[in-house]
Write a protein that binds this ligand. Sequence first.
Ligand SMILES: [Zn+2]
Length: 115
Amino acid sequence: MKKFCSNCGNELAEGADVCTKCGKMVNASNAAAGSKNKIVAAVLAFFLGTFGAHNFYLGHTSKAVTQLVLTIIGYITLIFLIGSLFIMATGIWAFIEFIMILTGSIKDSDGNALV
Ligand SMILES: [Zn+2]
């Protein structure tokens, strides 16, 4: 049975671990469920969610950077009081994603469910 890269559609050599065209890791056991752990993601979201840690872990880098930047802006502007709004908003955002991770609504950046 032929396999194709989920990223670029390139045909894969039998038993290949890496796509020769785009360099993406491809793994047969990866097809149904992802390799990212739900508990790890949930713990990261709960304790370091305002820094985007869970999104960095899941590969949602742009979302993670947004959360990190909002939190940094929040701490920098904390002296002007407005900063607490940024930190609170990011905290609520991260907490919602913490719940969504637990309920399985969030997938990793490859679209695979968390295991
Ligand atoms: Zn590829």
